[in-house]
Write a protein that binds this ligand. Structure first.
Ligand code: CP3
Length: 347
């Protein structure tokens, strides 16, 4: 009997017996057991203590039969390992640096040895792999170079990305160098995660949506292609996450990842048509669809399943992370509906 998890098979566009499902931020604030632990420890302590990161990663699996778990961590921890001060403020969100300018932060970056600087992530991966249910895959992840660049240059979240875009347009050569440095650090970090045992890698490019197709191709795509080629290991699929990027779909198709994660603003059937049967897709239910009453939720899930599963290579997910106010019962229903759906090309 094959031991390849159905989630990995779907990422590689191979036939599956059931459509695999996992949910972005499935371990998080909508779960009372997460809120309880968060009441006892700061967010960064949860991320940096392997036993706690393991406990949080596995929490949703005790309730739901997800086909994959995602390592509990954050994309910004790599920037800290590259020498930038990181804090999470309950009200304003992440803060990078201690009041230096964005350019000073960019100049101060170093490429860390992941074993030395991110050992707590690698230890968590090994612990999770020791206790994850049979058949459930573990997803490792990182930010993508562009999204990390925005946090680094802005010093946190931003509304208009003034500092990032000024830097990008005024100093394109320096911007390319920054993207290269980030991609080098990411490649080493992702290879270390693969060596520690993750079954797949997801690259989060949350802010790619602010770029024109031409700028995306010029400033981001070459760095993504190099990074993805660098981490392509046999049997460890790569997933690219973005949202609001249907205008960038053709460029993103050229990046080389096995899977593209899509949000609800693009019709899933149309996306599969445009990408063709070789490219696996993940998504794309609106996270707020989980606030509907159960019968309507079921209809929304079935509609997505029908569009996604017309060829092998489909992973059910939301288009972005689950909202903290989501009713837990609706998550249970969603997973049941996905798993009882008859796959047209079932193995
Ligand atoms: O999906 C998972 O559950 C795995 C863990 C994970 C977290 N962040 C935990 C987290 C992952 C994969 C991320 C990715 C991440 N982090 C992204 C890309 C995905 C996306 O959501 O667009 C980004 C942009 C970040 C940066 C970040 N981390 C911000 C802007 C914030 C504050 C906003 C918020 O949601 O609170 C975080 C904090 C964060 N990361 C939390 C969690 C569970 C909330 C922390 C808490 O419990 O207070």
């Amino acid at each position: 009997m094959s031991t390849v998890p159905r989630f990995v098979k779907a990422c590689l566009a191979q036939p599956v017996d059931r459509i695999p499902v996992w949910i972005m931020r499935q371990a998080g604030r909508y779960l009372p057991e997460y809120r309880k632990l968060r009441g006892e420890y700061p967010f960064l302590t949860l991320c940096k203590t392997p036993a706690l990161a393991t406990e949080v990663t596995l929490q949703p699996l005790e309730r739901f039969r997800m086909d994959a778990a995602i390592l509990f961590s954050d994309i910004l921890l790599l920037l800290e390992a590259m020498g930038v001060d990181l804090a999470f403020d309950e009200k304003v969100g992440p803060r990078l640096g201690r009041g230096e300018s964005g350019e000073e932060r960019v100049r101060s970056l170093s490429v860390p040895d992941p074993v030395q600087e991110m050992g707590y992530v690698l230890d968590a991966i090994r612990q999770i792999k020791g206790s994850i249910p049979e058949g459930c895959a573990l997803i490792g992840f990182s930010g993508a170079p562009f999204t990390l660049a925005t946090y680094l240059i802005e010093g946190g979240s931003s509304k208009d990305f003034y500092a990032t875009k000024s830097f990008m347009y005024k100093e394109p050569a320096a911007f390319h160098r920054l993207m290269e440095t980030l991609a080098d650090a990411l490649e080493a970090f992702l290879k270390a995660q693969i060596a520690a045992g993750v079954d797949a890698i997801q690259l989060f490019d949350t802010w790619a949506m602010i770029l024109s197709p031409a700028d995306y191709r010029e400033l981001v795509l070459p760095h993504m292609q190099r990074l993805v080629a660098g981490v392509k290991h046999e049997g460890v699929p790569t997933i690219h996450f973005s949202l609001g990027t249907s205008t960038l779909l053709d460029a993103m198709d050229q990046m080389g990842t096995d899977v593209l994660s899509l949000d609800w603003k693009i019709d899933l059937g149309e996306a599969r048509e445009r990408l063709g049967p070789q490219k696996a897709v993940q998504g794309n239910l609106d996270p707020f669809a989980l606030f509907q009453e159960p019968a309507r939720l079921e209809e929304s899930v079935l509609e997505i399943l029908e569009k996604g599963s017309r060829w092998p290579g489909y992973v059910f997910n939301l288009g972005h992370g689950v909202h903290p106010k989501t009713p837990v019962e609706n998550m249970r229903r969603l997973v049941e509906v996905v798993h009882s759906f008859p796959v047209p090309q079932a193995t």
